[in-house]
Design a protein around this ligand. Structure first.
Ligand SMILES: *Cc1c(COP(=O)(O)O)cnc(C)c1O
Length: 387
């Protein structure tokens, strides 16, 4: 059995040793409730406040503006729904976001629409980019919030966040960015980039699953989504996931420490894989014209079904993704690819390879070989399968 290759790092990542070590004491001996006053409670409380400082420093934010949540999805929902609810009281019932957001944003916006809010979805071109001018044109006097993702999880395109933030600041509109794919890979500076709210999720940067952060600039905190105790300074109820919070802080610190070398290594491997895969006849790069995350490659193949391709790759011990994990199993191809102008048929034959810090040159070589063979076999009808 060949060694398994994990090339789906945009879906989730392997927990780093360093993060695991930071978590262990809080799963074992320091199991106290951080709100309790006795010693093991105080230990847990201290771990949370240490983590808050580390994360704040990675975002260039004050520690008091960092709020722990249960995941990136919760952070996105909180930013959108909590801000909408808060500003609806001032008659602001319009939200601007984009057609290529993660479902955590798009479905939250949809739910607000059902509650009587108006939502403008900015389109993207073939390069998958949103311009600051398009955001400026979409802002109205009743706009409560603009939410534009920092980097896309399917095609990897990076948005001009600082310029969009500047446009929002000038118009007096709050700006949220889903930075889940960017954290630990691209620099984040909430002050310089004019960001009022920002979401991150630990499991996308080699931290544990089920824990995230919403950064909220002082005065920009959305209304609460959860009612309960007074955790997180009264803004987010629920006993804190101490071990995962400690693991997230360690993982982010570690990722930021190796950001540049990691990005260069990943981009070199990605570019090599891309160049060779694009030599396959009928292969097209999706969203490739713009600035991209270093580890993401999205390609479409003519006369190929994306799901069948994933299955073939799985048999070769390669884990990748088609469209996005959230849309796999459904018949509709990815909303991101369609929004970026990829024809329906080609969107169906898409493959996303997303590299992470643990991938090697040797694996890159095997990915190229595996994809090339799988596409040839599928096209030649050499594989037959029922379900
Ligand atoms: C993964 C992801 C999310 C959701 O984060 P979870 O912690 O899995 O809920 C949101 N936005 C983007 C861009 C993502 O890639």
């Amino acid at each position: 059995m060949k060694e398994f290759i994990y090339a789906d790092n945009a879906a989730t990542t392997r927990l780093s040793e360093y993060a695991l070590e930071a978590m262990t004491p809080y799963l074992k001996e320091h199991y106290g409730n951080p709100s309790s006053l006795y010693a093991i409670g105080r230990e847990a409380h201290r771990a949370i406040e240490d983590a808050r400082k580390k994360i704040a420093s990675a975002l260039h934010a004050p520690a008091g503006d960092v709020y722990f949540t249960s995941c990136g999805t919760e952070s996105d929902n909180w930013a959108l729904k909590g801000t909408a609810r808060r500003l609806a009281k001032e008659g602001k019932k319009h939200i601007v976001t984009t057609a290529i957001e993660h479902h955590a944003i798009l479905h939250a916006a949809e739910s607000l629409r059902e509650d009587g809010f108006e939502v403008t979805l900015l389109p993207v071109g073939a390069g998958g980019r949103i311009s600051a001018e398009a955001v400026r044109d979409a802002i109205r006097p009743d706009t409560a919030l603009v939410s534009v993702m920092y980097a896309n999880n399917e095609i990897g395109t990076i948005q001009p966040i600082a310029e969009i933030g500047a446009v929002c600041r000038e118009a007096g509109v709050l700006f949220h960015t889903d930075a889940v794919q960017a954290a630990g890979i691209l620099p984040i500076d909430v002050k310089e980039q004019n960001i009022d709210m920002l979401s991150i999720s630990a499991h996308k940067f080699n931290g544990p699953k089920g824990t995230g952060v919403l950064y909220c600039r002082k005065g920009a905190c959305p209304d609460n989504l959860l009612d309960g105790g007074a955790q997180e300074r009264g803004h987010r109820s629920g006993t804190e996931n101490v071990a995962c919070i400690a693991g997230m802080a360690a993982a982010l610190e570690e990722s930021c420490g190796m950001m540049k070398e990691k990005a260069e290594r990943m981009a070199a491997m990605r570019d090599e894989i891309q160049a060779r895969i694009l030599r396959i006849p009928g292969a097209y790069l999706n969203g490739g014209g713009a600035d991209r995350l270093p580890g993401i490659l999205n390609v479409s193949f003519e006369k190929i079904d994306g799901e069948a391709l994933l299955f073939e790759l799985d048999l070769k011990g390669i884990a990748a993704s088609s469209g996005s994990a959230c849309t796999s199993g459904s018949v509709d191809p990815s909303h991101v690819l369609l929004a970026a102008g990829v024809p329906y048929q080609l969107a169906h034959g898409s493959l996303r390879i997303s590299l992470g810090r643990y991938n090697t040159e040797e694996e890159a070589e095997r990915i190229v070989k595996g994809v090339t063979e799988a596409v040839e076999d599928l096209r030649a009808g050499r594989v037959k399968r029922n379900g």
